[in-house]
Design a protein around this ligand. Sequence first.
Ligand code: ATP
Ligand code: MG
Length: 262
Amino acid sequence: MRPGAKVDLASIDTRSHDGAPGGKEETEATFPELIARLEELQERLWAEREQSLLIVLQAMDAGGKDGTIKHLFRGLNPAGSRVASFQAPTEIELTHDFLWRVHQVAPRRGETVVFNRSHYEDVLIVRVHNLVPETVWRPRYQHIVAFEETLAAASAHVVKVFLHISKEEQAQRFRDRLEDPTKRWKFRLGDVEERKRWDDYQAAYTEAIERTSTKHAPWYIVPADRKWYRNWAVSQIVLETLEAMNPQYPPLTDDLTGVEIV
Ligand code: ATP
Ligand code: MG
């Protein structure tokens, strides 16, 4: 999303496979190569220790955040990478400003960090459920832009991804979770209640994306009904970001000429 552009989620086809190298099989056949390139660039980023990468993942329930993370980490070495997941704030967290818990787990130089949900919940669920008055959540768009600018000024590259699924796809995934004993643990009764507020969430996402897509921290809306496309698109976004960052192995600090291993 270009900064300042209008967002119309309903007009974006959640089953699209725009830009993919082909259908499911052809696209998945490119994964080993994609993963190998990701691996190499992330290792260089970690070795360089100059820049960092933050990938913010947001989605409706069952939108595929977990599956995306699993896929991405096929190309990320756990040394130098990690996931930070955000649940409802604890009592202590609530006694601080909303960014306090977020800043603590932001990437340090060299690191690649994926946020599974994020500070955006503070203008999403918080808005939809009126957890704080509008006079409190509305100024947060600006706080978020300034916060992400602060990270960028400290050499972080921030990319934000909204996994966009349809309401029908969510229903199908909920049914799968209910029917499949290996998936049932993912289902929460609260999910049914949240689903009733689908339109409110779409509106909250629309405004959040419109107000916070900036040059230093852009939003990407990824059609996510098809898991293979979602995995391809997110890997591609991360790969292109890393390529633009162009991390380099660090210069040698010791003079190694004449060193012999005996
Ligand atoms: P899935 O999408 O697979 O259901 P999940 O991300 O919903 O996974 P859960 O542990 O079920 O994982 O949910 C975390 C919950 O915490 C979400 O409902 C989310 O909205 C909530 N949450 C996160 N941040 C905040 C916040 N700042 N204020 C209130 N609730 C929050
Ligand atoms: Mg959930």
